[in-house]
Design a protein around this ligand. Structure first.
Ligand SMILES: O=C(O)CCC(=O)C(=O)O
Length: 260
């Protein structure tokens, strides 16, 4: 099985794929949330970054502080109109590997076993140069509540927030997750529906320690952050999700409705 493939011929560092997701559970978080530090190799990271960075200009959507790509396309009214499969470079190795990891010894199914398409059908690619972040938010109703995020190029902290009783956002994060390059973070269930997530627009993540970072024990290289700091470089994230509604009509509308 793919998930037993713990080495790569030319890779300097082996993968660290667990026997089951249970082995990589972030224990301090409500169930269920997982962190795999070495989900892809450096060579795979480089190959994906090349594809992201050489995508046609029209693929990028520029927001005020950040740019992003959507594959196979944007959603329209929470619906995926373009039902083409993901391109090969987003499918392999990530999706195959995601689907190969069982939930636990007693649950041999993978994390998408109960999603409508039994696999992710959509990828959002976000670029975060230093000093760039994303406001605290929830992902909304378009997706099955399993979110798989692969980080490339740089580490940074994802913050989780809770609304106060009066509905206002509590600006102090409840938890912080440090995402290293080449890692996979999976969030599901309550973490998806009850909490907000966001990334602070800063150049350096501070006060990093086993007391402040919930996945400290699962990090590949905690020693890199022993001074409590992470100097950010540009981080690219790939967010894999299953969009609930896919329009059969979309592909019949012709190339006008398709992204390059
Ligand atoms: O880049 C990330 O890790 C988070 C992205 C995100 O929350 C979003 O695009 O909704």
């Amino acid at each position: 099985m793919e998930h037993n493939d713990t080495s790569s011929a030319s890779s300097s560092r082996p993968l660290d794929l667990p026997h089951t997701l249970e082995d990589k559970k972030i224990k301090a978080l409500p169930p269920a949330c997982y962190y795999i530090s070495d989900f892809i190799t450096e060579e795979e990271e480089k190959a994906i970054l090349d594809k992201v960075n050489t995508a046609p200009k029209a693929r990028w959507r520029q927001l005020t502080h950040r740019r992003l790509q959507t594959w196979p396309s944007d959603l329209v009214k929470n619906t995926l109109l373009d039902a083409r499969p993901l391109p090969d470079w987003l499918e392999q190795p990530v999706v195959a590997r995601l689907l190969s990891i069982p939930l636990s010894d007693s649950q041999p199914e993978n994390m998408f076993h109960d999603s409508p398409h039994q696999r992710p059908n959509h990828v959002l690619i976000n670029e975060y140069p230093p000093n760039t972040g994303i406001m605290p938010h929830k992902d909304g109703g378009a997706y099955h509540p399993v979110v798989c995020t692969v980080s490339l190029g740089s580490a940074l902290c994802l913050n989780l927030y809770k609304s106060k009783e009066d509905g206002a956002l509590d600006l102090e994060p409840v938890w912080r997750i440090l995402q290293e390059p080449r890692s996979l973070l999976i969030t599901t269930a309550d973490l998806y529906t009850e909490y907000l997530h966001g990334i602070e627009p800063i150049a350096t993540d501070v006060e990093l320690s086993e007391k402040t970072i919930v996945n400290w024990d699962l990090l590949r290289s905690p020693e890199l952050y022993k001074d409590g700091l992470n100097q950010r470089r540009t981080r690219i994230s790939l967010t894999y999700r299953d969009v609930l509604k896919v329009s059969k009509l979309g592909n019949k509308l012709g190339p006008m409705f398709k992204c390059p």
